[in-house]
Design a protein around this ligand. Structure first.
Ligand SMILES: NC(=O)c1ccc[n+]([C@@H]2O[C@H](COP(=O)([O-])OP(=O)(O)OC[C@H]3O[C@@H](n4cnc5c(N)ncnc54)[C@H](O)[C@@H]3O)[C@@H](O)[C@H]2O)c1
Length: 253
């Protein structure tokens, strides 16, 4: 196993499961000191114990990304535990429901989805930036979505939130590149995680989703994690403000 992240300190939000957990394990396997952050504190504590048992370096912290002070505490945890912050993978997010019509989308749902996926990502980046600057630079990878690039009916709040994460990624990339901080995003398609589980529990829906992707299958969390590690690595040194699709070809249909 290569050690691209030897002694790098990495925060991963949404690390209790799915894409975040796969990325946290991969960063740890490649030598990073990983802070697993999630509102599911039991989940990240279990995951950190498992990573340490596998020989990695990891700790867990509770975060609610909709609360800026909580994001600041997450960064303080990373810096006080491991001495610095070099890489942040801002991945925590929530789905919206699929509404039969636009009028069925409630104001509460709009605020919940935008508040988590967009404002939460912004709060994380704002809290992380001073520590990344203090380390002399680093990398931020955000989790956007195929829904950052295309749309689907009945999902206005989710689609808007993820289009906005793409815009936030590009604009912030310009603001932070002078400080040696590269900002990029991954755009996952349909990935087999706990978030997608209720949707694909119906075999018919699963087959329909698989059939709609040019690759004719769902993606796996590890396939997104591999793209995240690439964007965070020195091999991506000239990649700034990019949106990297990991979607089996859905966005180019
Ligand atoms: N699975 C997919 O098909 C898919 C596709 C495109 C984008 N995404 C995005 O990938 C990211 C990860 O999702 P996943 O599929 O691994 O799902 P997941 O539900 O397994 O992981 C999301 C994690 O985020 C955490 N979280 C949610 N709100 C939080 C908050 N306010 N504060 C802290 N933690 C919070 C959850 O507890 C959970 O552990 C999300 O941003 C999601 O929108 C997923």
């Amino acid at each position: 196993m290569s050690q691209r992240f030897h002694e790098k300190v990495v925060i991963v939000t949404g690390a209790a499961g799915g894409i975040g957990l796969a990325a946290a394990r991969s960063f740890a396997a490649e030598g990073a000191r990983v802070v697993l952050a999630d509102r599911d504190v039991d989940g990240v504590e279990r995951a950190a114990v498992a990573i340490v048992a596998e020989g990695g370096i990891a700790s867990a912290v509770e975060v609610d990304i909709t609360d800026f002070a909580s994001c600041e505490r997450m960064v303080v945890h990373a810096v006080s535990t491991y001495g610095a912050l070099h890489i942040a993978f801002n991945n925590a997010g929530i789905p919206s429901g699929i509404s039969p019509s636009f009028e069925d989308i409630t104001v509460d749902e709009w605020q919940r989805v935008i508040g988590t996926n967009l404002s939460g990502t912004f709060y994380c980046m704002k809290a992380e930036t001073p520590a990344l600057k203090a380390a002399g630079g680093g990398a931020i990878v955000n989790t956007a979505s195929v829904m950052s690039l295309i749309a689907a009916p009945g999902m206005s709040s989710y689609v808007a939130s993820k289009h906005a994460v793409a815009g936030l990624t590009k604009a912030t990339a310009l603001d932070l590149v002078p400080y040696g901080i590269r900002v990029n995003a991954v755009c996952p398609g349909f990935i087999e995680t706990p978030m997608l589980a209720p949707v694909v529990a119906d075999e018919g829906v699963r087959r329909q989703i698989e059939g709609s992707a040019p690759a004719k299958r769902l993606g796996q969390p590890q396939e997104v994690a591999d793209a995240v590690l690439f964007l965070a690595s020195d091999s991506a040194d000239y990649i700034v403000g990019a949106l990297l699709s990991v979607d089996g070809g859905v966005a180019v249909l």
